[in-house]
Design a protein around this ligand. Structure first.
Ligand code: 2P0
Length: 333
């Protein structure tokens, strides 16, 4: 399902091109808010599932000037963000030609910045140094986009905020993909780019939402509950904390001034469908990110039923499926 990007005429087919793929991840315990904007340090920890199927594939080569292409087109604003990020970690780096392709909608609440920064970090590290371990790569990717830190690892991943002020985030795998097989059914309700990006929305939440302090205060408890549920392979317990964390995150941003809501009517209809399906005995729960798509987390035996049901909801334009996958990886030369 990984789309191969067309060969860019600008990149020569030589050994100095490095290609990396990373999958997006979906948080069950959500990241929302920053402790430091300058270092992009999250105010709260998070716990996520790294997916397979959906993917960003990024090719990097030394060049005579910086160039950045996303999905075959020059993307000035993403390029600016990517090169500013690279300058922080690789000061004095050579000019780079970067071509990145997503095989799923970009900036639509499907975590394309997570897979994008994870693939970029791994590819550039390999091209320029190749020396960082996974945790250092995760810290580096996380400074580009908080959720990207989690895509360096596969399966179920936990990110904790720094233990001390000025410290680093800590990221680790808590379960392999095969330890707790789960499936994701993603109900796409709009493929449009989101009207307000997560970074800006989080800034507004920290500055204006009266619920932000309570959100930060209770996060560690939710993280521990989710990690215990994963360790016990307890789907019901995981479902409870997943939906709680999702609803709390959206409640916090509803408290922004002005208020912010990423959902549309179909998102709400999908929430109700998932509730009905679970009441009928299926292993399914939902989460929603900074966009209107609903992600149903399912026990594998129930995923077909969930997909059929969500495909029939008014306003659902597409249904994507994924299992749990591996962390970011390099292609062999
Ligand atoms: C998450 N999201 O935990 C949460 C839930 C969206 C909702 O991480 O500002 O693109 O680049 O660090 O990582 C999306 O935020 O934000 C995100 P930045 P990012 O998956």
């Amino acid at each position: 399902m990984i789309q191969s990007s067309s060969n860019s005429p600008r990149q020569s087919e030589n050994a100095a091109t490095v290609t990396a793929t990373a999958h997006p991840n979906i948080a069950l315990v959500k990241y929302w808010g920053k402790a430091s904007e300058a270092r992009n340090i999250p105010a709260v920890g998070s716990l996520s599932l790294t997916l397979d199927g959906l993917a960003t594939t990024t090719r990097v080569a030394a060049a005579d000037e910086d160039r950045f292409e996303l999905n075959g087109d020059t993307d000035a604003s993403m390029g600016q963000r990517a090169f500013a990020f690279l300058d922080q970690y690789w000061p004095g780096r050579p000019a780079l030609d970067i071509a990145s392709d997503n095989n799923f909608p970009t900036a639509a609440g499907l975590a394309s910045s997570a897979s994008g920064f994870a693939a970029l970090t791994l590819a550039v590290d390999s091209l320029l140094d190749g020396g960082r371990d996974r945790e250092s790569l995760a810290q580096c990717a996380g400074s580009g986009s908080g959720s990207a830190a989690r895509s360096l690892f596969g399966g179920v991943v936990r990110l904790d905020p720094p233990a001390q002020r000025d410290g680093d985030i800590r990221v680790r795998q808590v379960a392999e993909a095969s330890d707790f097989p789960l499936e994701l059914v993603i109900a796409v309700t709009s493929a449009a780019r989101k009207p307000i990006g997560s970074t800006e929305a989080m800034r507004a939440t920290a500055a204006t939402s009266p619920y932000f302090d309570a959100w930060v205060r209770d996060q560690a408890q939710d993280l521990d509950a989710a990690e215990q549920a994963v360790a016990a392979r307890d789907f019901d317990a995981l479902a409870a904390v997943t939906e709680k964390s999702c609803m709390k995150m959206h409640a916090v941003m509803l408290g922004n001034d002005p208020w912010l809501l990423y959902w549309n009517a179909a998102t709400v209809a999908c929430i109700h469908e998932v509730r009905v399906l679970r009441a009928s005995g299926l292993g399914v729960c939902f989460t929603i990110d900074a966009g209107p798509q609903l992600k149903a987390v399912c026990l594998p035996e129930d995923a077909d039923r969930v997909a059929e049901t969500l495909a029939g909801v008014d306003g659902v334009t597409d249904v994507l499926r994924a299992s749990l996958g591996r962390g970011a990886f390099l292609h062999s030369a």
